[in-house]
Design a protein around this ligand. Sequence first.
Ligand code: F6P
Length: 375
Amino acid sequence: MATIKRVGILTAGGDSPGLNAAIRGFGKAATGHYGWELIGFRDGVTGLIENRFMELTPSALSGILTVGGTILGTSRDKVHKFVVDGETRDMVPTIVQNYEEDGLDALVMLGGGGTAKNAKRLLDAGLNVISLPKTIDNDIACTDTSFGFATACEIATDAIDRLHSTAHSHHRIIIVELMGHRAGWLTLAAGLAGGADIILIPEIPYSVANIAATIKARTARGSTFSVVAVAEGARDQADTADYEAARLLVDRADSAEAKRAAKNHLAHVVDSQREHTFRLARELEAATGLESRVTILGYVQRGGTPCSADRLLATRLGVAAADMLDQGASGVLVAACGDDTCPVPLADVAGRVKLVPTDHKWVEAARRVGTGLGE
Ligand code: F6P
């Protein structure tokens, strides 16, 4: 058994439903079952660097299960690149000093892929760190899923249901853009659940001509509308080629200067493709003769109370994190593994993104029910 007495916890990266449920799950197990002290750092890595925290007493943990967002606040700051007075600094030594001054025996970081990289850096600096998988994108490697995904899927599915009303009433192509960053999990799941006629994900670069052909075939069969669910990271085949080439330049950069130039080029490519969903709408309207309208669902997908599945997942991951710490675990992601959890080394998670395999069962299911994938 480890000698844990005092633990710090923080939430980092994009907010997500279930964060407070996870704080509660870990916190009640830590303070109630194990009798540890618990402090919550404010605003993610920023609060860790500035040593801003609150005592997470049982009363502070009460009534937060159903609350959206994070009671601690969050940020997307990096531990090794933090701007102070206009200068970018490595703040890992400052964090180590704060960790020691606060008398911490462990640090729990709730976040996504970026947080796993931050956690790995702090682990390498000698801190006892564990991480929990949080993101609506479901793109964290080595875990079945992440809390936030199920709620975002509920929200996006409800939106697709509702968008069918205007589609069939006006005989339109309704395009709804969903979040997911570089992965298509959320769009694929909500598209299937919402019965979208076409689902476009980053992992399957699309052809506008093929999408138009699918819509025309639907029209020929008497359907007067089409609902298209498009992931924010989905691109047509030409844009995908440009994007992948730009990313490759970043990955292959062999000097700091080359990497800076490659990242600037990638940012320019991404920026030039930012309106891809509106361009798709115009192209489909021209190709099919049907009116097209776009809805960008955006941050609605991250809002409000977590669904029951996320509350259950966040609670059981939070409790498992306390148990793992008590058993001496360190440097791991508390991964969802079926009905259980398993500790995965942060080295296996940091820097990796879980994308949708093009032969995934959900992709095959879409094909079997006749959903167009733009391919
Ligand atoms: O990672 C969650 C997410 O909502 C992504 O789906 C989206 O691309 C990104 O965050 C938006 O980032 P921000 O909240 O910084 O605008």
